[in-house]
Ligand binder design. Structure first.
Ligand SMILES: Nc1ncnc2c1ncn2[C@@H]1O[C@H](COP(=O)(O)OP(=O)(O)O)[C@@H](O)[C@H]1O
Ligand SMILES: [Mg+2]
Length: 251
């Protein structure tokens, strides 16, 4: 396999919240080097600071220690493709409206914006639904709109924060296949956050297990499993048990 270049270097990152009544140390000594075009999974229990970490990566929050280096330069604020835990769509806007709103398209004519948005609507398989409103769509489809909007940022780096956590199991499995299909078709660096061990193994080129108090990097796993992976493959289950044995909690 080709040697992948470093794209984000997270060094000794720490985040402490100083509240009126307490000091909350959430992240400490986080060291992660993200490789270009890899599918990196951050796996950790609920409340461990995954969203805090992604928000810092997205530039929506600042660390209290350490540093993050974007090897190719920090993408301009708002330029990273982020998919949030909840769909976070504008309910009054159509699918087209939600995708073309991306600020990457600012300054372009409506026709240009829509042509660019159309490409991403097709990438996530929502052609024919351009004029639908979010409430007319299933949860899986709404999350596809979120993915299309994030890809429309044309950022090299995609941050996905438990994007399938709110979906029922069947839809979740099909969205896991979808996100891999999209990643194969339009290679970007993906940082995918989950609290689900099976999802992590199904998706990740590399899995960073977070844990401890405050949260740090506990372990790293590189699943040596061909794609498409199979949840019932003995090698899959073996890795699952290995990771679970190292996990702080079951959620
Ligand atoms: N702005 C904030 N002020 C104080 N505490 C916060 C703030 N944001 C997050 N936290 C705390 O940080 C911890 C980690 O939160 P979060 O990153 O949302 O967890 P996760 O995404 O892993 O479930 C939680 O205990 C949460 O209460
Ligand atoms: Mg979270």
């Amino acid at each position: 396999m080709a040697v992948l270049k470093d794209t984000i270097i997270i060094k000794d990152l720490a985040k402490t919240f100083y509240l009126k009544s307490e000091t909350k140390e959430v992240l400490k000594d986080i060291n992660i080097t993200v490789k270009e075009n890899e599918f990196l999974v951050l796996l950790g229990p609920g409340q461990c600071g995954k969203t805090v970490l992604l928000n810092i990566l997205a530039g929506l929050d600042t660390p209290t220690g350490g540093e993050i280096t974007f090897v190719n330069g920090r993408p301009p604020m708002g330029d990273l493709g982020v998919v949030f835990q909840r769909y976070a769509l504008f309910p009054w806007k159509t699918v087209m409206g939600n995708v073309e709103i991306n600020q990457k398209f600012k300054g372009k004519s409506k026709a240009e914006r829509q042509a660019a948005a159309q490409k991403y609507i097709e990438l996530v398989g929502l052609q024919g639904f351009e004029n639908s409103l979010p409430k007319q769509l299933s949860g899986g489809m709404q999350q596809r709109v979120g993915i299309a909007r994030a890809y429309a940022s044309e950022s090299d780096i995609m941050l996905l924060d438990e994007p399938f956590g709110a979906l029922d199991a069947q839809t979740r499995y099909s969205m896991e296949d979808e996100i891999l299909r999209i990643w194969e078709k339009d290679r970007r660096t993906v940082i995918f956050v989950t609290n689900n061990v099976e999802e992590a193994i199904y998706l990740g080129d590399r899995i960073i297990l977070l844990g401890g108090h405050p949260t740090g990097v506990k372990k790293e796993y590189v699943p040596d499993l061909p794609r498409p992976r199979n949840y019932t493959d003995p090698a899959f289950l073996k890795l699952r048990n290995k990771i679970v044995a190292n996990t702080d909690l079951v959620l």
